[in-house]
Design a protein around this ligand. Structure first.
Ligand SMILES: Nc1ncnc2c1ncn2[C@@H]1O[C@H](COP(=O)(O)OP(=O)(O)O)[C@@H](O)[C@H]1O
Ligand SMILES: [Mg+2]
Length: 256
């Protein structure tokens, strides 16, 4: 019995517990008569509670990697597993439900709903999942991201850094196991960006969440447990517990 179960899920779980696993993930997009290979064959395994930074030149596949890992996009080949759930074998409805409950996503452009208040934006993912807002938890999150007392503001009344903190609180409100962030500080000045990153790292750490973050900033990536370098749709290197100097040295060989 054991062996049958194990072999039928061998790609998904070869024995070690991982929070996120990509197995030979490929993603092509049609491009006229050709196809663009956004991801060629990407395999990674991320530990629960770890912080992984994803780096690479523009067009190297970072966003495609994140979108496929988060279930926002469907790979053309290979397998994506979060916890013990194989996203690539789920129906679209199951995938949507799973994503709402288990995945948080922070976008570069904040993507707040302009006519909803800060509080309404933060509890939107709960409403979409048919759950009731939890006022205490929301207060806790707004406090954690440094926006206590701003519940009734509208996004248009916030600075970029404040808007991104709202987006972080919103990404965490369902207590997802994994949080993905695609260049979340790309639209912010570097000092504000570092503050927002500190908030994201400290809140995900206190909730024991796995964090996967695309960044161009070697100082930011140096805080990660591991850096994954992408180039031309492939993983071309990794660095564990890296220093900023090591990251910069690697970037000068793979480009940024
Ligand atoms: N929706 C899409 N349709 C067609 N091509 C795409 C799409 N998304 C990404 N690509 C292409 O896939 C490659 C990787 O893009 P992307 O993942 O956005 O890279 P990065 O985030 O590293 O800049 C690029 O060549 C890009 O033009
Ligand atoms: Mg991108």
């Amino acid at each position: 019995m054991e062996a049958v179960t194990a072999s039928s899920t061998s790609l998904a779980d070869p024995g070690t517990r991982t929070a996120v696993r990509l197995v030979q993930v490929g993603k092509t997009y049609p491009d006229g008569l050709e196809v663009t290979h956004a991801l060629r064959s990407v395999s990674v395994a991320l530990r629960p509670g770890s912080f992984t930074a994803v780096m690479g030149p523009s067009g190297s596949g970072k966003s495609t990697f994140l979108n496929c890992a988060a279930g926002l996009d469907t790979p053309t080949s290979g397998q994506v597993v979060i916890g013990d759930q194989d996203l690539t074998s789920m129906s679209p409805d199951d995938l949507t439900r799973f994503r709402r409950r288990s995945v948080g996503f922070v976008f570069q452009a904040y993507n707040l709903v302009g006519h909803l208040t800060v509080a309404e934006n933060v509890h939107l993912p709960l409403l979409l999942d048919g759950r009731r807002p939890d006022a205490d938890w929301q207060d806790h999150l707004l406090q954690a991201v440094g926006l206590q007392g701003m519940d009734t503001r509208l996004p248009g009344e916030l600075s970029g850094g404040q808007a991104q903190r709202v987006a972080i609180a919103r990404a965490l409100v369902t207590r997802p196991a994994v949080v993905f962030a695609d260049e979340p500080t790309g639209a912010l000045d570097s000092a504000t960006g570092r503050q927002v990153l500190d908030v994201l790292r400290s809140t995900t750490r206190s909730l024991a969440q796995t964090l996967v973050l695309v960044t161009h900033d070697a100082q930011v990536a140096a805080v990660a447990d591991e850096v994954v370098f992408l180039a031309d749709g492939n993983v071309v290197g990794t660095l564990g517990s890296p220093t900023a100097e090591q990251i910069i040295a690697r970037l000068t060989t793979t480009g940024r």
